[in-house]
Design a protein around this ligand. Structure first.
Ligand code: ZN
Length: 221
């Protein structure tokens, strides 16, 4: 199996950008794929475009507007309030049914056309937050299904699967891209790049992890 090339599912957010730089160091050739599914903030795609352009990475944006129509949620609908915490039952309204499965499946079709076997995604079971398609068991199951579906050996790599938000910053630092991740990625639900609005749940979670990591780093000096 050729391991020198990889397709990265890339949103321009903290996790997938860290994955992108990880892949860039690990593979000879990396192609980033983003999906347009009617995200509340077109900024997310602009951010993804800016990063890939700046660092010279081939980038494709696939039209998935149908997903936004079929499964409206608080990330695609301006009139829906974003859930601040995971509900006691069911999935938070930031969850888009089928999203990771659909994205990875399209990424796999794309990869096979290019004779690429490796798919990289930034999903993490550690910050599961009620998203069933971020779990390791799902990724393994999909890996098997994709391989069977296309009679082609895929390997889905998930470098963030077992690390939490603090360790994600540590990982970026080890890759030498801490400042890039901090200043050039978008996590904020209000569409503000870098440190964000500071007020939405995504910003709070991101800052908490960053502060923890920096504190620990300072303490170990
Ligand atoms: Zn925010």
């Amino acid at each position: 199996m050729k391991h020198n090339r990889a397709v990265v599912v890339f949103s321009g957010g903290q996790d997938s950008t860290t994955c992108l730089f990880w892949a860039k160091q690990k593979f000879d050739e990396v192609i980033a794929i983003s999906f347009d599914y009617g995200q509340r903030h077109v900024k997310e795609l602009e951010c993804a475009k800016a990063i890939t352009k700046k660092y010279g990475i081939e980038h494709h944006i696939l039209d998935m507007s149908l997903l936004g129509q079929l499964a409206p949620n608080s990330l695609t609908r301006i009139d829906m309030e974003v859930d601040h915490d995971a509900p006691e039952e069911g999935t938070p309204n930031t969850f888009v049914d089928g999203r990771n499965m659909i994205f990875l499946t399209f990424a796999a079709v794309f990869a096979k056309q290019r004779e690429i076997h490796v798919l990289v995604t930034g999903v993490s079971q550690s910050d599961f937050s009620g998203y069933p398609d971020c779990r390791d068991v799902f990724i393994k199951s999909l890996n098997t299904s994709l391989t069977l579906a296309m009679d082609y050996e895929f390997e889905i790599m998930t470098p963030m699967m077992w690390i939490d938000k603090k360790e994600t910053w540590e990982f970026a630092d080890q890759l030498g891209v801490l400042d890039i991740i901090k200043n050039e990625t978008l996590t904020c639900y209000n569409g503000i790049i870098g440190d964000g609005c500071g007020d939405c749940p995504a910003c709070k979670l991101r800052k908490k992890g960053y502060d923890l990591y920096i504190q620990e780093k300072e303490a170990s000096k």
